[in-house]
Design a protein around this ligand. Structure first.
Ligand SMILES: [Zn+2]
Ligand SMILES: [Zn+2]
Length: 149
């Protein structure tokens, strides 16, 4: 506990301790670093994976990510290319993406507060759902963006 207190006091202004949790609150994590390359993908697969009009996802450094609670409640779905998602078996929130078993990124919807990052690009808008109305002014790509991470 002292360690956490000390850490909060000594955190530089440029650093944010990012936390996230699922809908039921049983599963939570922290990222001791920054999120990168926030993006929203509108392809049909991401729509189903995120149960939404698009994904909202940012990359993390796996060494900076740790589970705080509820890791035993996580279940995973891994697709054919080694990329998968981990979600809470109680409430169904999708918390993170994994690649070959290693944490790859987090879903922005489960991040608490302001992680000091904005979605920088909307990709695969060429295959968006017919019912989605795209707002003006967003950075969009018909297929994948310039940074295929
Ligand atoms: Zn949950
Ligand atoms: Zn996609």
């Amino acid at each position: 506990m002292y360690g956490l207190y000390n850490k909060l006091l000594c955190t530089k202004e440029s650093e944010v301790l990012i936390t996230g949790e699922c809908f039921c609150g049983k599963v939570s994590y922290q990222v001791d670093g920054r999120l990168r390359d926030a993006r929203s993908c509108h392809c049909s697969r991401c729509r189903k994976a995120f149960s939404s009009q698009a994904s909202a996802y940012a990359l993390v450094e796996s060494s900076e990510f740790s589970w705080l609670s509820g890791e035993e409640l996580l279940t995973s779905y891994v697709g054919s290319h080694g990329f998968g998602l981990r979600f809470c078996s109680k409430c169904g929130s999708t918390l993170c993406g994994i690649f070959n078993g290693v944490i790859h990124g987090v879903t922005l919807g489960c991040v608490n507060g302001d992680p000091e990052i904005e979605i920088g690009m909307h990709i695969f808008v060429g295959s968006k759902a017919a019912w989605e109305v795209l707002p003006d002014g967003m950075t969009q790509y018909h297929e994948q963006g310039p940074n295929n991470a």
